[in-house]
Design a protein. Structure first.
Length: 128
């Protein structure tokens, strides 16, 4: 495999990983008000295949932080004291994670496009 294809393969794997990360961040944001919901995190792993180092999504993990107790005696899930378990999703962290994933996705997309353009230019030079 050439260096161009290694670069394209690595960029494509990083694009898939960041897309998976964005899916889980959006799921966390949408469930921020769901009682008992635990935030999901996506670890990345480096895998070597065919001479290229690729990014791979690991197993999804649940955040172990304790969800806060919310006082609302009228809530159907409230106990005798009027509390129920909320979620452990912090919207500020999720928004920051989404921005980081988006920027990383854009950088990998640019890398993919640059590699494709360089490969195309090389082919044009070889044809002449």
């Amino acid at each position: 495999m050439s260096d161009f294809s290694h670069s394209l393969t690595a960029s494509a794997s990083a694009l898939r990983a960041q897309a998976a990360r964005l899916r889980h961040v959006s799921e966390n944001i949408s469930n921020a008000d769901t009682p008992g919901y635990r935030r999901k995190t996506v670890p990345f792993e480096t895998v070597k295949r065919g001479g290229a180092e690729l990014v791979q999504v690991g197993h999804v993990k649940l955040d172990r932080r304790d969800p806060g107790q919310i006082y609302d005696p009228g809530h159907p899930m409230a106990d005798e004291a009027g509390y129920y378990r909320g979620s452990n999703v912090d919207l500020m962290i999720e928004i920051a994670d989404a921005r980081e994933a988006q920027r990383s996705y854009e950088a990998n997309l640019k890398m993919f496009d640059q590699t494709r353009q360089m490969s195309s230019s090389l082919m044009d030079l070889l044809r002449k």
